[in-house]
Design a protein around this ligand. Structure first.
Ligand SMILES: [Zn+2]
Length: 254
């Protein structure tokens, strides 16, 4: 395996390429220096113009030459192998600190809220920093989404008219819906959370999940994409395809 690490990159060309970058930087610098200096220090206007243009062309040619050289070297440098044993561990550092800050979570959630006018998202912080979202989708359903920084821990879906608060006025994050249809949607939403996993981009996951959840705005108006019926065993199509968002009965989705 050790060979894979070293074979991919030509270190000699790499060091030349770094020199090439430095050369390019100084020639670009000279272009801007000469632009800054303009046409001063010549007796006649004609002489100044001529000198300036000649000098400017020289500098641009130097930039062109350095750029070509750098392009040639970049071809020699090679690429780190995809099978680099450390390849994936590099992603570990992509867990940015900003994900953890409540302000960042607020910002992501409010941007998602603005994307979907038929969906209102209220953000609560019942236990300090971790957010709990109350998502109201039209007059169809309410979903409680329990977050851990920007990761969704779990979710529970209830009917629009069902209680979302306890008697003490706090969000009830545990009680199941009394309706089978919303119990099914809760099960599917839990499956969706397992499906939309992208540890490096939790904001994308939240957005994808909300986009998926939003497709339930037509929970009682969509027919099944497979059997074509609205009801099956007294239930509407409660499944939504994760990619196409199409509606299926639970038993029709295979
Ligand atoms: Zn069906």
């Amino acid at each position: 395996m050790a060979d894979l690490v070293t074979v991919g990159v030509n270190l000699d060309a790499f060091s030349h390429a770094i020199n090439g970058i430095q050369a390019l930087r100084s020639s670009v610098n000279r272009v801007f220096e000469s632009l800054k200096d303009g046409m001063k220090n010549r007796e006649t206007l004609e002489g100044r113009e001529k000198h300036f243009i000649v000098q400017f062309q020289d500098h641009l040619q130097a930039v062109n030459r350095d750029l070509n050289e750098l392009e040639r070297l970049s071809g020699l440098v090679g690429r780190p192998s995809e099978s680099h044993p450390l390849h994936n561990s590099g992603l570990l550092s992509l867990d940015p600190v900003q994900d953890k800050t409540p302000l960042y979570v607020d910002d992501v959630i409010s941007r998602i809220g603005r994307m979907f006018p038929d969906m209102t998202i209220e953000l609560f912080r019942p236990n300090g920093t971790s957010a709990v979202l109350l998502v109201t989708l039209g007059k169809v359903l309410k979903a409680i989404v329990v977050m851990r920084s920007l990761f969704i821990d779990r979710t529970i879906v209830r009917g629009f008219n069902e209680n979302v608060y306890n008697e003490d006025g706090k969000l009830d994050i545990w009680t199941k819906s009394q309706y089978q249809v919303f119990q099914k949607v809760t099960d599917h939403a839990t499956t969706a959370l397992l499906h939309y996993q992208l540890p490096q981009m939790p904001d994308v996951v939240v957005r994808s999940f909300m986009t998926w959840l939003r497709s339930y705005i037509k929970l009682f108006q969509s027919s099944c994409q497979r059997c074509g019926h609205f009801l099956q065993d007294g239930l509407p199509p409660t499944w939504r395809d994760f990619r196409t968002l199409e509606a299926f009965h639970d038993t029709c989705r295979m």
